[in-house]
Structure formats: structure tokens, C-alpha cells
Design a protein around this ligand. Structure first.
Ligand SMILES: [Zn+2]
Length: 246
């Protein structure tokens, strides 16, 4: 008789584990400051070919030598954080990494997303903890669509994700990356950790199949992806909002 209760309890526990919803927050290191995403830490050897504009809520980083001289050059995380997206978003984006950072400002914890787009290679996976200055990928052309450069954004609004066209490209939703970083090179809270929210942006039908099959790292990362369940079947209305401008 006892044994039967044990098995009932055991299967209830098992069922509970299987049915458990995805975590909606995770602990990560509080950023102790931010650096530029290229030419670590001060963007040495790079310039912004396009800044933050009404239609372009980010900055484009190019190598000083011009052309595709920066193709394959390292792209770094601007600070400690957690990878919420790392895959090929196709269309105007190409390979994209999104990192969520928590930092201390005026005594309160703030959260932002940094975005690294058109990457030639992705070197991190979704769900990975990242340290300041860690390489997240390399500068790319998005399959020859652009001259090699890094498209870089910093978002206040954690709901944007890959669905940029649904949000105003203003300073309510975004920071000007250069200004944001310059004002926050060294921050308090070093050594601390804090919770950040997860699943704040909806991939739904916007994003379908990650297709960078050429990269085994990317493939392995996709297997572990927290978004795997939300990815619809191949061929069902794939759509990503294309950049009006790279
Ligand atoms: Zn751009």
C-alpha cells in the first residue's frame, strides 16, 4: 500500500515538473558600467557612419579603413547581462543578438536591452550569462545586403524585441547609444546580482525558422533556446520587419 502512495506522489511531482511554465525572470550580474560594442572598450578604429535618427533608432559602426575592412571583426557585449535572443532573424536584420542588462541608476535598478545586428557570426546562445566585454559575434554584411557594419541599439522598452515597427522610434523607447554609454562608463553595484524579466517581447508569428544551419554553434544554441516552443512550423507566414534603412 505504502509503495502505491509513493508512486502516486512521484508521478504527481513529475507531472508538475513537466507542466511547469517557463521562468519569467532570471538572476544576472548588475552591470558595473558600459563600453562601446566595437574596438573595446572605446571604439578605437571605428566611427559611426549613421547615428540615431527618427527612422533609425540606433547607431551603425564601421571600421575606419572603410569598405568591408571590418568584416569578421569582434563585437562585444557592452556590459554584464543575459542573452535573450541569438539567432538569424533573416530579412533586413540577419544574425541578431539581444542582451538584457540591469544597472544601478539614482539608487534604483534599471533594465535595458542592447541589440547587435547584421552579425557575420553569432558566438553566444540564448539563456547565456554574459560579462562586460565578452565577444558576442563578428561584424557582418547580412548576406551581402550591406557593406559590413554593426547595427547597434539600446532599448529602454523591453517589449520591442524584433518587432520594431510596432513601437515609436523615440527616446521614450530608446536611448541614444553613444550618449547612454558615455554617461555610464562606471556604475555602482559591482559584484551584485538582480532579477531581470524574461519573455517580455513576443516573437510569435513575426519570427520563424532560425536558418543559419551552416553554423554548428548556432544550431546547438537553437536547441537550447527558450523561444523554441513559440516558433511556428516552417512556411507559416514568416515575416520580419525589414529595415527601411540599414
Ligand atoms: Zn543601422
Amino acid at each position: 500500500m505504502r509503495r502505491r502512495y509513493f508512486w502516486i506522489a512521484f508521478f504527481c511531482l513529475l507531472a508538475g515538473l513537466v507542466a511547469a511554465p517557463q521562468a519569467d525572470e532570471v538572476r544576472t550580474r548588475v552591470a558595473d558600467g558600459f563600453d562601446q560594442p566595437v574596438g573595446r572598450p572605446d571604439a578605437e578604429g571605428y566611427y559611426t557612419s549613421r547615428g540615431f535618427l527618427s527612422y533609425h533608432p540606433g547607431e551603425d559602426w564601421n571600421g575606419l579603413k572603410g569598405g568591408n575592412s571590418d568584416l569578421g571583426a569582434p563585437v562585444y557585449s557592452i556590459g554584464h547581462g543575459y542573452v535573450t535572443f541569438a539567432r538569424d532573424a533573416r530579412m533586413g536584420w540577419g544574425n541578431v543578438v539581444l542582451i538584457r542588462h540591469v544597472f544601478m541608476e539614482k539608487g534604483t535598478l534599471q533594465t535595458v536591452d542592447s541589440m547587435y545586428a547584421h552579425l557575420d557570426k553569432i558566438l553566444v546562445r540564448e539563456g547565456q550569462q554574459i560579462t562586460r566585454g565578452q565577444q558576442v559575434g563578428t561584424i557582418g554584411t547580412n548576406r551581402g545586403m550591406y557593406i559590413a557594419h554593426l547595427h547597434f541599439e539600446i532599448r529602454k522598452n523591453l517589449n520591442i524585441g524584433l518587432n520594431r515597427s510596432a513601437f515609436k522610434r523615440d527616446l521614450v523607447n530608446y536611448y541614444k547609444p553613444g550618449q547612454f554609454i558615455a554617461a555610464r562608463r562606471k556604475l555602482p553595484g559591482s559584484g551584485r546580482s538582480a532579477m531581470i524579466p524574461l519573455n517580455t517581447y513576443n516573437l510569435g508569428r513575426i519570427f520563424e525558422s532560425p536558418v543559419n544551419a551552416s553554423s554548428p554553434e548556432t544550431k546547438a544554441a537553437q536547441e537550447k533556446s527558450p523561444f523554441k516552443k513559440s516558433v511556428p512550423a516552417r512556411g507559416s507566414g514568416y515575416r520580419v520587419n525589414r529595415f527601411e534603412d540599414p
